[in-house]
Ligand binder design. Structure first.
Ligand SMILES: Nc1ncnc2c1ncn2[C@@H]1O[C@H](COP(=O)(O)OS(=O)(=O)O)[C@@H](OP(=O)(O)O)[C@H]1O
Length: 435
């Protein structure tokens, strides 16, 4: 073919390609604009990217947080995240007066008088208490973000039943410490109002400041009111079964980094101290007995997933995966190539030996392969696995020292500190770890 026609044909083909590219480009841009107007194109078009946090420019990290630590819901793990965050950011943590043990005089209703004066005014609060809105709002600075966590009530009840078996009279009365026997006839063992009755009936509702004796079926208005009161105060209700997804929502709410919510699982029972799975019939009976808790859980589990959907489910899952990967790296760095939870008797580092509720229950923990050295890395690893009792005592000592070094006006206590609770919930650690 002569050169000229060949050139003309090539030019024609090039312009056709250009036109095609132009059309493609235009339709992509128009699709983006159209979808962008609905504010939902991001995850669909770029499933590996997360939409930015709502704010622009990015918010600074939020520093005032009150965490309602409900019982047997992975609360110790969340508390540890908050304690470490507070230390890294030089924040004050509200801690119980020693007469209240390591909890704010639970099961009494929370009072600001239960807070050690050396830990006021606080930025962070994360120890067990029974919720009282007015008292907490009086203690915490304005703008504090309130969060809490719930767990599926049957799993939670199985954990409560084993953990508090020696403390809760309702459980002690049951022959052979049998969960099945208790759930077959709970009324035969349970007496409302006696010591530690709250561990045997609707514990979530009790911790949230509600009345555990109300039935959601007989009194739906009460349930609706309790839910409304919780929603008015708490910006986030996390779900223990979706712990990592909960932490993703938490860190986004507080504008924290993913690194700020890395954790080691704390306060877990050994396999021999727990049912591998609660059989369905028992789970049904546990939910029926704890019907108020079951209704709370159903409501907040549903609202949790609506919230995940709003944040972009793919994005939350992706962050949760990143969190798990970073957490595994951290655990390996701290606790060796195969970081394993181990029974207290096998933990040589005294500060890491978890409190044991009774001879029948083993609570697991981590150990540092090289003992607790003085390097910043091993200090960080030590804190990562430090159980509640040791960490609370350590923080109280530290904050008292800080107060002594930098005198400031003592807060005025309207009333003297409270008398000790009727009976201690926390006993001394048993076995080889000593007091
Ligand atoms: N990250 C994470 N994800 C899921 N579950 C977790 C997590 N961390 C702790 N746990 C489980 O939570 C139970 C302990 O809860 P708490 O720390 O709130 O107990 S306590 O009330 O402070 O004694 C305890 O449950 P049981 O082992 O069933 O007793 C822990 O295993």
């Amino acid at each position: 073919m002569p050169i000229l026609p060949r050139l003309q044909q090539a030019t024609k083909m090039m312009s056709r390609r250009k036109i095609l590219l132009l059309v493609l480009g235009c339709s992509t841009v128009s699709l983006l604009i159209h979808q962008g107007a609905q504010l939902s194109w991001y995850p669909r078009l770029f499933p590996l990217s997360c939409p930015p946090l709502q704010d622009s420019p990015p918010r600074p990290k939020h520093l005032t947080v009150a965490f309602l630590k409900t019982h047997k819901t992975a609360g110790t793990t969340v508390q540890n995240i908050l304690f470490r965050f507070a230390e890294r950011h030089n924040l004050t943590v509200a801690l119980p007066h020693p007469r209240c043990e390591h909890q704010f005089c639970y099961p009494r209703n929370f009072s600001a008088r239960f807070v050690h004066p050396a830990t006021r005014p606080p930025h962070v609060l994360a120890s067990h208490l029974r919720f009282d809105r007015a008292e907490l709002e009086g203690l915490m600075p304005p703008g504090t973000v309130y969060v809490t966590i719930l767990r599926e009530p049957a799993a939670m009840f199985e954990s409560l039943f084993t953990y508090y078996n020696q403390y809760c009279p309702a459980f002690r009365r049951v022959p052979n410490a049998s969960l099945e026997a208790f759930l077959r006839a709970p009324e035969a063992y349970y007496r409302a109002g006696e010591h530690f009755a709250m561990f045997a009936h609707n514990t979530l509702a009790y911790d949230l400041g509600g009345d555990p004796e109300r039935s959601p079926r007989a009194d739906p208005a009460y349930l609706a009111g309790l839910i409304r009161r919780v929603e008015e105060v708490f910006s986030l209700v996390m779900i223990a079964e979706y712990f990592d997804e909960s932490l993703v929502l938490l860190r986004r709410l507080l504008a924290w980094d993913l690194d700020d919510v890395l954790y080691a699982k704390l306060n877990a029972r050994a396999a021999g101290s727990r049912l591998a799975a609660v059989p369905e019939a028992l789970a049904r009976a546990a939910r029926a007995w704890n019907a108020l808790d079951a209704a709370l859980y159903a409501h907040f589990n549903a609202s949790f997933w609506r919230r995940v959907a709003r944040a972009g489910r793919a994005c939350v899952e992706r962050e949760a995966r990143e969190l798990r990967a970073a957490r595994e790296r951290l655990l390996r760095r701290c606790f060796g190539d195969e970081p394993a939870l181990r029974p207290a008797a096998q933990i040589r580092t005294k500060q890491l030996q978890p409190w044991q509720p009774s001879r029948n229950v083993d609570i697991m923990g981590y150990d540092l392969p090289g003992g607790s050295g003085a390097s910043p890395a091993s200090e960080a690893c030590l804190k990562l696995a430090m159980p509640e009792v040791q960490y609370s005592s350590y923080l109280l000592r530290k904050q008292k020292r800080r107060l002594a070094a930098r005198p400031r006006p003592q807060p005025v206590l309207d009333n003297p500190p409270p008398p000790p609770p009727p009976r201690p919930i926390r006993a001394l650690p048993r076995g080889p770890q000593g007091p």
